[in-house]
Design a protein around this ligand. Structure first.
Ligand code: FAD
Ligand code: NAP
Ligand code: FMN
Length: 576
């Protein structure tokens, strides 16, 4: 094999850059002894990913594609399907994993994780590895799953090829840094250089997270009747975008901060507003930057630490010094940047220094509530509007209130977030059980539309719940039409506040336990969407209980059964 010395024709360079790079590559190759006539041995690399909502999976596939173009012999596996007994035979292992729940591994990785952390894990001398850990620093257990994998592999004797990189929400820059460093460690520099250049040529075609599509809003209405709850059905146009999605995917939406809050912040800052660097380094007025590009919403520990260093507040000083988890949670919960600006003034010299302590405003994900087969060229969302009153102020979630209150006449930037870990069975004969209270109904509206459009023969069972039947029965007409048409084989509704005792979806699961078990025995896939902090945990407990009661299992056997369902991709969750 001759190593590549010419850049691909479509590589994104000017003719001058191309000439210089080709010249450089030729000289480097000559120095290395000229074109290699014999096959250079390919470097074996195994990429393993653990992903709940598709980000780690997307990065792993991108890395696999890159490796395939170079002098590597790559393999790609989902950690959920990977046998731990294969680990000792690996030469080079690259792991990309996210963290979910309260510092837990993604659902499908639970089994692998407990085996790796357990006493029977194999010795891994002779294995080289590196970990890219995906997470969000607003969670207390930042990147915990990646951190645990990284230290456990070292304990088992594996050699760290390159230090773990922790990703705080936005993976683009850290992924590029980690993957190019790892490639440089793994392979001949020339091959790595060529594939890095080649890979870049694939980027920036079409609309994506880094190039969102400005989408026209076709419909935006409240699905709830009068009362506290507000849930909006939002239909957006994908016309002309070239964007495609499958049911189970999510839509990323870029919000804009509320102008009244931005103006209140500006009025209370100790310096004159001036231009600041925007997201791509270009200068823009501070007001514009605070409206569209910086996070002025919820507080987190890192921001408060940076703020304290400039504020001189004795209270903040003692909070930072004590570093107590409960004290941090109590302080941050229900407060925004405006509270720091007004109640704990800080001595920023200028606007640039001020924005340097802020995080970038992030897009929010919404489970797609439509099937493209039923609504070509459109994408629908079901958005719970977050409103609350704390510390004397009425507040709102940035993106949900943007969509509900401030998006009129605007075209929000959107992109498709692929989620291969939350798909309908490919075989339409497989029955599906869907548990989706509140906004958790979103992907199941899409599933039902899709099952109807594809004339899938398998049974469909929906558990839905919300406070009151009279005001909170989201998509009532559609659901009842599916039920009377026979598309929805079974429908169980939990109106939590229509009687004295709370009634939740998991109570109905337990009441219908024998039937639920019989569906599972027939191969049904079990889906859960909605609140992660309470509902999804209780539904998980109920599923274990059904296996114990109706499958005559011990508690340990039920755990093994549920882990196997996850491994077989028959227990899939989209929870937030
Ligand atoms: C894969 C995925 C799919 C999702 N799908 C959907 C969906 O289909 N529908 C949907 O509605 N959402 C969905 N979400 C959630 C969505 O992404 C946003 O998190 C949600 O809309 C809130 O965003 P926001 O910008 O409005 O609020 P933010 O500005 O992010 O504010 C939320 C924060 O406000 C604070 N807060 C909220 N309530 C209170 C309170 N009572 N007291 C004090 N503080 C409070 C908390 O700190 C909370 O974290 C999904 C999330 C993920 C990850
Ligand atoms: N990240 C965010 O900031 C964000 C944004 C939107 C939504 N959320 C969260 O996501 C969840 C979804 O909100 P939503 O408006 O769609 O509905 P929701 O608040 O989850 O409520 C839906 C139904 O679930 C019930 N429920 C409460 N606790 C439950 C439990 N342990 N098990 C089963 N059911 C339970 C509720 O009953 P009761 O209310 O009567 O107890 C209600 O009937 C909420 O928890 C919400 O806080 C978070
Ligand atoms: C419900 C929920 C819980 C999460 N819990 C954590 C956590 O405990 N620690 C953390 O660092 N990140 C946490 N995250 C952030 C994810 O790890 C992060 O968004 C990651 O990019 C998701 O990657 P994936 O799509 O491959 O699963 C959580 C995200 C969600 C939606």
């Amino acid at each position: 094999m001759v190593l590549p010395i010419q850049l691909p024709d479509d590589a994104p360079f000017t003719p001058e850059q191309r000439a210089w790079l080709n010249d450089f590559l030729s000289k480097a190759l000559a120095q290395a002894g000229g074109p290699v006539a014999v096959a250079a041995p390919r470097v074996p690399v195994t990429v393993l990913f653990g992903s709940q909502t598709g980000t780690a999976e997307g990065l792993a596939k991108k890395l696999f594609k890159t490796l395939k173009k170079g002098n590597f012999e790559p393999q790609l596996h989902d950690l959920g399907q990977y046998e731990i007994s294969s680990l000792p035979a690996e030469k080079n292992l690259l792991i990309i994993t996210s963290t979910y729940g309260d510092g837990e591994p993604p659902d499908s990785v639970a089994g692998f994780h407990s085996l790796l952390m357990g006493a029977t894990a194999p010795k891994l001398e002779g294995v080289s590895y590196s970990v890219l850990a995906l997470g969000d620093s607003s969670y207390p257990d930042f990147c915990k799953c990646g951190v645990e994998f990284d230290s456990r592999l070292a304990e088992l004797g594996a050699i760290r090829l390159y230090d773990r990189v922790d990703v705080d929400v936005d993976p683009d820059e850290p992924y590029a840094r980690w993957s190019s460093a790892v490639l440089a460690k793994l392979g001949p520099a020339l091959a790595a250089a060529a594939i890095t250049v080649d890979e870049d040529a694939d980027e920036e075609q079409g609309f994506s997270k880094s190039r969102p599509f400005p989408s026209a809003i076709l419909d935006n209405h409240n699905l709830n009747g009068p009362g506290d709850k507000q849930t909006h059905h939002i239909a957006l146009s994908l016309d002309g975008s070239g964007l495609e999605y499958e049911v189970g995917d999510a839509l990323g939406v870029y919000p804009i901060n509320p102008a009244n809050v931005v103006d209140e912040i500006l009025a209370n800052l100790p310096f004159k507003p001036s231009d600041v660097p925007g997201p791509d380094g270009e200068d823009m007025p501070l007001r514009e930057a605070l409206l569209g590009y910086y996070d002025i919403g919820t507080l987190n520990k890192t921001l408060v630490q940076k703020w304290q260093a400039r504020s001189g507040s004795p209270f903040l000083r003692s909070l930072v010094a004590a570093d107590d988890k409960k004290a941090w949670d109590d302080f941050c919960w229900g407060r925004d940047l405006i509270d720091l600006v007004i109640d704990y003034p800080a001595d920023f010299g200028d606007a640039e220094e001020f924005v340097s302590v802020l995080k970038k405003l992030q897009p929010r994900l919404y489970s797609i509530a439509s099937s493209p087969r039923a609504h070509p060229g459109e994408v629908h969302l079901c958005v719970g509007i977050v409103r609350y009153h704390t510390y004397g102020r009425q507040r709102g979630g940035v993106c949900s209130t943007f969509l509900a209150d401030r998006s009129q006449g605007l075209q929000p930037g959107v992109y498709v977030h692929t989620n291969p870990a939350f798909r309908l069975p490919t075989d339409g004969n497989v029955p599906v059980i869907m548990v989706g209270p509140g906004t958790g109904i979103a992907p199941f509206r899409a599933f039902l539309e899709d099952r109807k459009a594809t004339a899938a023969k398998g049974g469909n069972w929906l558990f839905f719940g919300n406070p009151h039947q009279a005001t909170d029965y989201l998509y009532q007409n559609e659901i009842e039409a599916y039920h009377s048409d026979g598309i929805l084989t079974r429908l169980d509704l939990a109106w939590s506040r229509d009687q004295k005792e709370k009634l939740y979806v998991q109570h109905l699961m337990l009441q219908q336990g024998a039937e639920l078990w019989s569906w599972l025995q027939q191969g049904a896939a079990f889906y859960v969407c909605g609140d992660a902090s309470r509902m999804a945990k209780d539904v998980d407990k109920a599923l274990h209980q059904v296996a114990e009661t109706h499958g005559s299992m011990t508690a340990d056997e039920a755990v093994a059964y549920v882990n196997q369902l996850k491994k077989d991709k028959r227990y899939l969750r989209d929870v937030y």
